[in-house]
Design a protein around this ligand. Structure first.
Ligand SMILES: Cc1cc2nc3c(=O)[nH]c(=O)nc-3n(C[C@H](O)[C@H](O)[C@H](O)COP(=O)(O)O)c2cc1C
Ligand code: SF4
Ligand code: FES
Length: 617
């Protein structure tokens, strides 16, 4: 070991928090007591560096124990993992949920992103900040979408030494314990019974949401009583090639945004000769307006684990990772429990279900970085690095996690696999349309009567879906719909006939993205919404490539000038500049974040004429 460590020492609490993740140090060189026999030469550095993937879990442990990551804590982690402190600092400072500055023990993250803005988040943030007074102002942190848009405005409470709590809808009344000091339990009361409103009355046609609300999500027995683990049995009967054939017959496309055929991806991983193979479940779900994966994980967690196990089996992967965004404490706890139970009962481990194959799952938490949903940044994040995307090729199926062949799918894609196997691929392909098979989860939020996750067959019209959710709230006039998330596209009321399929949305210049359908009525100032989206991309750009790092800033600046009606030159000049910036970001950015960062802005300008008049529409 040849690290230049900082002089700061960890507190006993910090040391203990890190040791709980990494185990006790086995030598003085690795942060333990130095004994005389250890001499002047450090051995075992290689072994320590192999543990680098535990950097994020160790940083999480520090953050949650003391509420921030101190110099002493960081030094200790660096020493334990043989990571230079500057590099460890680079990682800690990359993620929004980690603080490398002293922070109060209790911090309330208030979402001021688009759905919450529509629900009055701005006033709420101002009211809470005023009530608690200037001494406590550091306890309020504005947050991008927390994935609780059906309960806007949403919040996440972080308290040192306690588990995080995400909740909504918030109000001054509900936040009273935070403002005036009272029992926190009032704020963390259970969520409204039904986040999937269709499951309340008519379950017909529900497939992915079939068990939501009927199942005890903490019980493996209950899951099995509802048909759980029959799909894995079927997979073993079919064998790996048979499973992949069913997926291809089903024509299942990925639901995480890129619509890549799942069967092709699995086949490409399976045939790699390099070992080991990994399979990753992408549960980062940070696209503003998206919360469908959260609902599946909270209400049907064993289904996610079963599907991931099938993916492992079919692709010859020995190990699975489930990467969940850090702002999902409830879903995390449900999955931890599901993994523990599955392992105890032999559904994970060295000999899954006694069928002679090994597969286990590690849960990894993100720490507040939208970019970590991009598959290669997600791998970097698991490996204990800054979540910066890699250049492709090589593609993950050849060189993914730890440089090995890796399959990765979104939560919803994986849960579809259970349906494919229980129905049979060809039968599954009769659902939806020939090119967009199966059902789809849509996240309805904003000015809609009954927000929540809805499941419909591909091919339904946008207007029909909105009608199922009760239409525009209060019967008001519809001004716009954001489809696919912040990286998606705005459409107007004239587009309600759009068929919700991959092919129709593409032909119409829109996207289904991650299933976001966010409504805005005639009371909403759309320019403010577009500005918030631009700010989101400016904040979330990882900064690795110039077109995106600079383009997202310039895009936001130009929009601000338009809103304030202070253009440089004419308004037409500014609109032309925004168009050019968008084009450069599309053409020259390394990853999808930069390539899509102008999508919603451009559609608001071109389709809705949001910046046509003076100022805002
Ligand atoms: C900026 C960015 C963010 C992304 N976020 C997510 C995400 O949160 N969840 C997800 O499943 N895919 C996300 N993706 C897509 C992934 O890179 C990848 O395509 C996906 O996990 C593959 O799974 P699928 O084929 O099942 O869709 C994101 C992509 C980009 C460019
Ligand atoms: S496009 Fe943006 S997010 Fe993607 S690598 Fe470049 S700077 Fe990072
Ligand atoms: S939770 Fe606030 S916008 Fe999604």
């Amino acid at each position: 070991m040849d690290l230049r460590l900082m002089a700061a020492e960890p507190t006993p609490g910090e040391r203990e928090a890190v040791d709980q993740v990494l185990g006790q140090p086995d030598s003085g060189w690795a942060g333990g007591e130095r004994d005389a026999n250890e001499g002047h030469v450090s051995r075992g550095g290689h072994d320590l560096r192999e543990q680098r993937h535990l950097l994020l879990p160790a940083l999480h442990a520090l953050q949650s124990r003391v509420g921030w990551i101190s110099e002493g804590g960081l030094t200790y982690v660096s020493q334990r993992l043989d990571v230079p402190p500057a590099e460890a600092y680079g990682v800690a400072s990359f993620y929004a949920m980690f603080s490398t500055e002293p922070r109060p023990e209790t911090v309330l993250h208030l979402c001021d992103d688009i759905a919450c803005k529509v629900a009055g988040a701005e006033n709420l943030v101002e009211d809470v900040t005023r009530e608690i007074g200037p001494d406590r102002v550091g306890q309020i942190v504005r947050s991008p979408c927390l994935g609780l848009c059906e309960r806007a405005p949403a919040a996440l409470l972080q308290t040192a030494g306690a588990r995080d709590v995400a909740f909504g809808p918030t109000s001054m009344k509900r936040l009273d314990p935070f403002v005036h000091g009272g029992p926190w339990t009032m704020m963390s009361e259970a969520e409204p019974a039904q986040v999937a409103p269709q499951a309340l009355d008519n379950r017909n046609g529900l497939r992915l949401l079939r068990r939501v609300g009927t199942l005890d999500p903490r019980s493996l027995d209950d899951y099995r009583a509802h048909g759980g683990y029959e799909a894995l049995r079927r997979a073993v009967e079919l064998g790996p090639d048979g499973v992949i054939r069913e997926l291809k017959d089903a024509k299942l496309l990925g639901r995480g945004g890129a619509a890549f055929p799942a069967g092709m991806k699995w086949e490409a991983v399976a045939k790699q000769t390099v070992r080991p193979h990994y399979f990753v479940c992408n549960a980062d779900e940070s696209e503003p307006g998206t919360f469908k994966d959260r609902v599946l994980m909270e209400h049907d967690p064993f289904a996610v684990i079963e599907a991931l196990t099938i993916a492992g089996y079919a692709t010859g992967s020995e190990e699975g990772f489930l990467y969940i965004r850090g702002e999902y404490p409830h879903a995390t706890s449900m999955l931890e429990n599901a993994i523990d139970q599955a392992r105890t009962r032999g559904f994970l481990g060295d000999d899954v279900m006694g069928e002679g194959f090994a597969f286990d799952v590690e849960l990894r938490r993100g720490a507040g970085a939208y970019i970590c949903g991009e598959e290669t940044s997600l791998f970097n994040s698991i490996e204990g690095k800054r979540g910066e995307p890699r250049n492709k090729p090589p593609f993950p199926v050849e060189k993914g996690l730890f440089g090995k062949p890796t399959g990765i799918n979104n939560v919803e894609t994986l849960v579809n696999v259970l349906e494919v196997l229980s129905m049979g691929g060809l039968e599954y392909a009769t659902l939806g349309t020939p090119d967009s098979t199966g059902t789809r989860l849509f996240c309805l939020s904003g000015c809609v009567e009954t927000p929540g996750v809805y499941e419909v067959e591909h091919g339904m019209m946008l207007g029909e879906l909105i009608a199922i959710a009760g239409g525009v709230r209060g019967g008001r006039e519809l001004k716009a719909v954001l489809l696919g998330g912040a990286a998606g596209v705005f459409v107007g009321p004239e587009d309600l006939g759009l068929k919700l399929t991959f092919e129709d949305s593409k032909a119409a210049g829109t996207t289904l993205g991650s299933g976001v359908v966010m409504l805005f009525d005639d009371t909403v100032n759309l320019a403010e919404i577009v500005l918030r989206i631009a700010a989101f991309f400016r904040d979330e750009s990882c900064g690795q490539c110039v077109p995106c790092r600079v383009g997202t800033v310039r895009q936001e600046e130009a929009l601000h000038r338009l809103v304030k009606d202070r253009p440089i030159g004419s308004r037409q000049d500014e609109l032309a500049l925004i168009g050019e910036i968008g084009q450069v970001m599309k053409d020259a950015s390394i990853c999808g974040l930069g390539q899509l960062a102008a999508n919603a802005v451009e559609s608001a300008i071109a389709r809705l004429g949001v910046f046509d008049g003076n100022g805002a529409r």
